[in-house]
Design a protein around this ligand. Structure first.
Ligand SMILES: [Zn+2]
Length: 438
């Protein structure tokens, strides 16, 4: 946690210098030339709230932005010379079908939280800014809450009640999550952040079920906040021209699922939105930001034109529309040294100054598709994360066999082996903040 605060302070301090010295514009120009003439910045939000400080007391911080800060982001993107564009515009520019007069800034929302309808939609409508919201359709028109929100709420209950869980009845990795919280070495949000990035949905569900049972059940174990839109709200936004994309049925990380599940989750979520809203769905967001060649194949075969990741890297003309890079935003993204909104910091973030300066590291979402037993998959994914965290982009080139993933950008080797990050990841920008909460 201390590291995160220090990193933010370093960025805030650097931002003032970069912004006022003109270095920021030079960096933006550098990125622009790398991207093939125009920058294509796709940003990702989750919940837009009216009372950030109040919501912070009960929700995962990395998913929150205040309505005021959200509005300022849009105003600042406009003032910085971006065209606030749709995802379709971005795909067309990348494919060379459309020439962009300005850099593009594309607003996206993941998960279809009702906050977006309440607090983002009016701002977008008033300012005439396009946006796309990615819906996990099995949650729409229900009272269900997402696993990450349920787990956060339960962990807070455990903490407040000073409850000692019985690990014997819980999934194996539970102690990794609960231990640091109960000893006070990590906050709930930091522990959850670290844990969700490493463990698949079924482990999270197992912990939720067990904790709910151990805590005695009851309605107060499910969070009040974190509700999603209903179809009427989706239709209202769609009538105003706002777009919707698919985000699976049950918010499922598909790289861990067999082909029939991948096909069902992708095809049925698309068909459900099309049937309920009467629009064509051509865009997809990967849960957790994780994607595979197998998923891209299914998207391609089923009439999709794009897939968004949470890889905080530049999009380039000629780049893969099924691996669109996004910058994940939340309130603290714009927080200056004094804890207030910093215009200099925000615009430096938009212009990717910290990526150019190497003050950040990439979190890549492309994974080998795990069709074998779960345990093997977990080990591989954890090794990939650990190895990437240690690797310095571009410079580690010594791969020992056997190579498991041969996708051009990332090659993962067996335990103890090195990792290659090929040259097109060399200029990785800062890591998406709460990418693991996708
Ligand atoms: Zn999501």
């Amino acid at each position: 946690m201390a590291g995160r605060v220090l990193r933010r302070a370093a960025k805030a301090a650097a931002a003032g210098f970069l912004h006022y010295s003109g270095a920021r514009k030079a960096m933006a120009a550098y990125r622009r030339s790398q991207s093939g003439g125009r920058r294509i910045l796709i940003v990702s939000y989750h919940r837009v709230v009216s009372d950030f400080t109040g919501e912070l007391q009960r929700s995962i911080p990395g998913l929150l932005i205040s309505q005021e800060t959200f509005r300022r982001h849009l105003e600042q993107a406009h003032a910085a010379g971006f065209e606030l564009a749709s995802i379709g515009d971005a795909v067309d520019v990348m494919a060379g079908r459309r020439a962009a007069k300005k850099d593009l800034f594309v607003v996206t929302f993941d998960d279809g939280y009702r906050d977006v309808y309440r607090y983002a939609y009016p701002v977008l409508k008033q300012m005439g800014v396009p946006a796309i919201t990615y819906l996990p359709t099995a949650f729409i028109n229900t009272d269900k809450r997402f696993n990450h929100d349920r787990l956060f709420h339960l962990l807070r209950c455990v903490q407040e009640r000073r409850f000692r869980p019985d690990y014997d009845t819980m999934p194996g990795p539970s102690v990794q999550l609960l231990g640091p919280i109960l000893t006070g070495s990590k906050t709930v949000s930091a522990a959850l952040d670290d844990f969700i990035g490493e463990h698949p949905t079924r482990v999270l569900t197992g912990i939720i079920d067990s904790l709910e049972q151990q805590l005695g059940g009851g309605a107060d174990l499910v969070p009040e906040q974190g509700d999603v839109m209903n179809w009427d709200e989706v239709r209202t936004m769609a009538r105003d021209g706002f777009e919707f994309g698919a985000h699976t049925l049950g918010h499922t990380v598909l790289t861990l699922e067999p082909t029939e599940v991948v096909e069902k989750e992708i095809v049925e979520s698309k068909q459900t939105i099309e049937r309920e809203v009467g629009i064509q769905v051509k865009d997809f967001a990967y849960c957790n930001g994780w994607y595979s060649d197998e998923m891209i194949r299914v998207l391609n075969q089923n009439g999709f034109r794009s897939g968004v990741t949470t890889e905080d890297l530049p999009n380039r003309v000629g780049g893969d529309p099924f691996a669109l890079k996004r910058k994940v935003m939340w309130e603290n993204f714009s927080l200056g040294l004094m804890g207030d909104y910093s215009s200099a910091l925000t615009v430096c973030q938009f212009d990717d100054c910290f990526g150019v300066l190497g003050m950040s590291h990439p979190v890549l979402g492309h994974r080998p598709h795990i069709l074998s037993p779960m345990n093997t998959g977990n080990v591989l994914v954890e090794e990939l994360d650990a190895a990437l965290a240690k690797a310095t982009p571009v410079e580690v080139v010594d791969v020992t066999a056997p190579v498991i993933a041969t996708e051009p950008r990332v090659a993962v080797a067996a335990p103890g082996a090195q990792v290659v990050v090929a040259s097109n990841v060399a200029l990785a920008s800062e890591a998406a903040q709460p990418e693991e909460l996708q």
